[in-house]
Design a protein around this ligand. Structure first.
Ligand code: HXC
Length: 510
């Protein structure tokens, strides 16, 4: 008996060594942790239960039967993050570059099936040279199996991808279908075709970093939601995110203990909006002052900074925040910000996370680049996403809410539940200057008359009361009481049920 136990222990030790000490050292030399070291940081200590430790590939081409490492280049299983279950896979670059064989993919599919069945998030740590070349089409088919499960799991359990090494070819499409993608600076990259192919086909010379590094994907393409300094920070931040999310679409988001009075007043908010209606201010200040303990988990902080998206907690419960940022492009909506916010709103709605919207929006950004880029369709994504969302929706207009953008930003007309406005709010078709230029074009030569018309327009429309008279604004609130009012609103909406007509699925303007 003792022998058998020792044998098992021996096999486990071999499995833990992956591709061997030399390759582990090389992995460390690149500033990367191994697949197992990453899982140790990601999961609660001692919580990891491994599946398929002894799986090996079945390929016999290219003499592959002579090299059959345990685990086949991916460590899979489940564990807990702050006591809550998650399924994980972590690709082991030390085993054939973490490349995806039929059996490697089958291991990933197994834990994805379990995650869908048992209602727990899937977290994938990607570090792979892509399809295992020796297995040819079998590995492509295997990728297809993973892709299909990504689609099945979408909207059922949260899916998080962390890119911690190369991620090339069709391999990027599995992360692309997950809810959040994180990267590690300097050691990870994602592209459909690498720099060599780019050079051959387009004659462009570009480095891997410029083509698909963390900076590129968090600032330019918006493929990735955030980039972290190193593996350790990435694992800590994924843990932080998981704490905001429900385990599945049938479960409410977690309720954490909180040490912040929901009725806390913030007198400084009374002077947040400057006297000059065109002067910027930092909307993040409002978010931080409303959030429990000032804790804000921002998503896509480096992209389309004219809109802010992320998670906070109110009375310990997760809330998704969308907010125009007057510091960037005056808070205008444009293609990028609409896409960014629409995807975030849809995630929140899919997972029953209530949505809080802070509005200061002068309208959609005008111009040919926007129109040629399809701002109509992209702007409609946000409109659509807010309109279809049935989760509790609370909106606070701090200053401008002009034109179509007023309707888009979780207005009453899109079935928001509580629409508040600060006394500084201006709900109108457009700003006074633009309005007077159109309505009184013939009088523009007369400076005095134009000034009088402008004042008249401002007096009538540059306030929240016209909208409040019509019931489009439920209440005009004191800025200092925002946290209290918003927390009470969400508390009142805890049992919200909104039904929609049957449909197979919607047809959001993609
Ligand atoms: C088999 C692979 C492999 C692969 C790497 N290795 N990629 N083995 N299939 N796809 C092996 C190497 O042979 C090597 O083995 C070890 O992994 C480490 O690789 P190195 O090249 O030494 O490492 P590095 O210099 O860091 O370069 C990493 C890399 C490079 C950039 C990932 O290996 C590379 O370009 N690989 C090929 C990438 C690729 O074109 N994949 C196919 C993409 S198409 P030893 O024994 O020396 O340690 C695709 C289609 C998916 O994925 C389609 C889905 C529908």
């Amino acid at each position: 008996m003792k022998d058998i136990l020792q044998q098992l222990d021996g096999r486990r030790q071999i499995a833990r060594l992956g591709g061997g000490q030399r390759r582990i050292d090389a992995q460390h030399g690149r500033g990367k942790l191994t697949a197992r070291e990453r899982l140790e940081l990601l999961l609660d200590e001692g919580s990891f239960e491994e599946y398929d430790t002894f799986v090996t590939h079945r390929c016999v081409d290219f003499d592959m039967q002579k090299d059959k490492p345990y685990g086949d280049g991916v460590v899979t299983g489940w564990g807990t993050i702050n006591g809550r279950q998650v399924y994980v896979f972590s690709q082991d670059f030390t085993v054939m570059g973490g490349s995806v064989s039929e059996t490697h993919a089958a291991k990933i599919c197994k834990i994805m099936d379990m995650a869908i069945q048992n209602g727990a998030p899937v977290i994938g740590l990607n570090d792979s040279g892509g399809a295992r070349i020796q297995e040819g089409v079998a590995s492509l088919a295997a990728y297809g199996e993973v892709f299909h499960r990504n689609i099945t799991a979408s909207g059922v359990v949260p899916q998080i991808s962390v890119i911690m090494g190369p991620c090339a070819g069709g391999a990027v499409y599995s992360p692309a279908m997950t809810d959040f993608i994180f990267m590690v600076k300097d050691t990870s990259y994602m592209f459909v075709t690498g720099p060599d192919v780019v050079k051959t086909v387009t004659n462009e010379v570009v480095s891997a970093e410029d083509l698909g590094g963390a900076v590129t994907h968090t600032r330019k393409s918006s493929v990735a939601d955030a980039a972290f300094e190193n593996d350790v920070e990435a694992m800590i931040e994924v843990r932080r995110l998981v704490d905001f999310l429900p385990l599945n679409n049938r479960e409410a988001p977690p309720k954490r203990p909180f040490f912040d009075d929901p009725a806390r007043l913030e007198p400084s908010l009374d002077t947040l909006v400057p006297d000059n209606p065109n002067a910027p201010y930092d909307m993040k200040e409002l978010i931080l002052k409303v959030a429990d303990e000032g804790d804000f988990y921002e998503i896509q902080a480096e992209f389309a900074k004219n809109i802010i998206t992320g998670f906070i907690r109110l009375e310990g419960r997760s809330v998704g925040v969308v907010a125009n940022q007057p510091m960037v492009l005056a808070g205008c909506l444009d293609i990028d910000s609409s896409r960014k916010a629409a995807r975030f709103v849809r995630f929140c709605d899919a997972f029953e996370i209530p949505i809080l919207t802070f509005v200061d929006v002068p309208g959609f950004l005008p111009g040919t680049s926007q129109e040629y880029g399809g701002v109509i369709k992209h702007g409609a994504k946000l409109l659509y996403a807010y309109g279809e969302a049935t989760v509790p929706k609370v909106t606070v207009i701090t200053r401008k809410a002009y034109g179509g953008a007023y309707v888009v930003m979780a207005s009453k007309h899109l079935r928001a539940d509580f629409n508040y406005a600060w006394p500084t709010a201006e709900v109108a078709v457009m700003g006074a200057k633009g309005a007077v230029e159109i309505l009184y074009r013939s009088e523009l030569g007369d400076v005095e008359k134009t000034a009088a018309r402008t004042k008249e327009y401002e007096d009538r429309f540059a306030n929240p009361f016209v909208a409040a008279e019509k019931g489009f604004i439920d209440e005009v609130i004191m800025p200092h009481s925002t946290r209290k009012r918003v927390a009470r609103a969400f508390a009142a909406l805890r049992n919200k049920k909104q039904t929609v007509p049957w449909k197979k699925h919607d047809n959001i303007p993609l």
